[in-house]
Design a binder for this molecule. Structure first.
Ligand SMILES: Nc1ncnc2c1ncn2[C@@H]1O[C@H](COP(=O)(O)OP(=O)(O)OP(=O)(O)O)[C@@H](O)[C@H]1O
Length: 249
């Protein structure tokens, strides 16, 4: 088997006497969606923050693309290809869908301060942004103002912006939150395809989405991973059922 894209080894983080991350081992392999689930307060956000670089672990190591990135900033990890989405919406609502996608592509080339008019004539950048829009199914909306998009379409656009950065892995924090049935269905179609391009570590409360999408699931309870396995293995795991899934399984 090839090395995992993301490899979390023995990561721990305490807040006072509370162990929010307790010796966590977790990996993300090429081509997969690995869902991280757990009850409120289990430590999902704390772990994601340590993976993305927003929070330093007390101990342990975060490896990305075969290198130790534990000491790197969020921006440095992003430049290496670690894309984190859905924490803060960074879309410019008055810009068109295509312009927003181009902002991502510009960031990738390091010239975010160029003005839009000359940039819009840059065929390479436009092509990169349009390819990303196609990948998320928004090609027909390229000239729409972003404010005109539905909530779900904005999530799809955020994925497109991330795609223009040519990510090697995605970390997604509750992408389905606040979406209706149709928005969730569309975003699930996008994520389902996306895993081939870059694997996804998916934190999600929507169990229907998790069970439909995940290749593997890890269950976090009180800062510890109590099980990792396929959907069937997790559904049938007695410890998971009593600690978390209950009737949902
Ligand atoms: N900065 C902080 N200072 C003190 N305690 C914190 C801090 N951040 C998180 N915690 C605590 O760590 C534990 C884990 O919180 P965390 O937000 O990571 O859980 P979560 O699984 O993401 O929850 P939710 O599903 O509700 O978002 C909680 O008990 C929380 O109160």
């Amino acid at each position: 088997m090839t090395d995992p894209v993301l490899d979390i080894r023995g990561v721990s983080k305490s807040f006072g006497g509370l162990k929010a991350s307790d010796q966590i081992d977790l990996d993300l392999r090429s081509g997969e969606i690995h869902a991280l689930i757990g009850p409120n307060g289990a430590g999902k956000s704390t772990l994601i923050a340590q993976i993305a670089g927003a929070l330093a672990p007390d101990s342990g190591e975060v490896r990305f693309g075969g290198r130790d990135v534990t000491a790197l900033t969020t921006a440095a990890r992003a430049r290496l290809g670690l894309a984190r989405t859905f924490q803060i919406s960074c879309l410019a609502m008055d810009c068109t869908v295509l312009q927003n996608a181009m902002l991502g592509a510009l960031g990738h080339r390091g010239d975010v301060f160029r003005f839009f008019r000359p940039v819009m004539r840059d065929k390479d950048l436009v092509a990169r942004a349009e390819t990303a829009l196609e990948q998320v199914g928004l090609q027909d909306f390229r000239r729409f103002r972003t404010a005109e998009l539905s909530h779900g379409q904005r999530r799809q656009l955020e994925v497109a912006v991330a795609l223009t950065l040519a990510p090697k892995a995605f970390v997604m924090d509750e992408p389905m939150a606040g979406l209706g049935a149709e928005g969730s269905r569309q975003l699930m179609t996008v994520l389902d395809r996306l895993r081939q391009q870059a694997p996804i570590l998916l934190v999600e409360h929507d169990m229907d989405a998790v069970f439909a999408l995940a290749d593997r699931i890890s269950v976090l309870v009180y800062g510890r991973i109590i099980a990792t396995g396929s959907v069937a293995e997790i559904r049938n795991d007695p410890a998971v059922r009593s600690a978390y899934l209950g009737d949902e399984a």
